[in-house]
Write a protein that binds this ligand. Sequence first.
Ligand SMILES: [Zn+2]
Length: 316
Amino acid sequence: MKYYLGVDVGGTNIKAGVTDESGKIILKHSVKTNAGGTAQALADQITLLCREISKKANIPMKDICSVGVGIPGTVDSEKGIVIYANNLCIDGEPIGKMLEAGLQKPVSLANDASCAALGEFVGGSGKEFRSVVMVTLGTGVGGGIVLNGKLWDGFQCAGVEIGHMVIQNGGEKCTCGRNGCWEAYSSATALLRDTRRAMEQHPESLLHKVAGPSGKISAKTAFTAMYQGDQVAKSVVENYLWYLSEGIANIINIFAPEAVILGGGVCNEGDALLNPLKKLVYEKCYGGDRIRHADLRIARLGNDAGIVGAAMLHQA
Ligand SMILES: [Zn+2]
């Protein structure tokens, strides 16, 4: 049996795991990221974590074929350089070489959202397909693309920024500086903004009751109030789904993947999200319902997708 290490580096945590050759995680562990230090300090932290996992899993480093690392930023995977990662405060550093020196293994780097897409492709909801696009609805809208079994990581392996396609001319301000990006309508952050606005405009809405005395809302609040029959919440959700479907239909029109896999907390709504979304998406895809379009699925691996995809970078 061959074994691989996958590392998912985030601004807050570094998650890592050892997998078998099918991408199944045997043991995983995570530590707080020592962000703001030197690149060498980060590489040392990752090296230590990998060694700990190999020890705990009882799989000696000599049995590990390679190490893959997902980075939240722009990566030159050929040279093993992190070009730009603002969360980690790292610019133009040869992390790949540092890790190879520390671990004595071949090390591949890639963008973290691309790793998550590869993870779902290898061991999650995209398993039976050749081409999938993964969309993660979180603080922002991220994504990764696998075409014909190969990760499309983009020029300089920066990953792709599908969240920043503009779907509304002059629309909501986006964190990237443009207006009307998909992310500004379909991220969890956008859903919270719209929920809050609806609450301000409608003091009579059940949204207030669902939020409770603290007024604390989540991506779930609008869905929960809608299930209880609240019309204001229903229009928040419908508006959210409308914009979400715009972006997904664009993706299907461009890439014609076999599946679009959705991840992120909003997906906990399951069929209440998926069923109306499918209807909206398929109406908007070129050819409408006369043509069979990409399957829409919810991601299965959750936070493990990044580890699995990083571990499987050797085959991407
Ligand atoms: Zn944007």
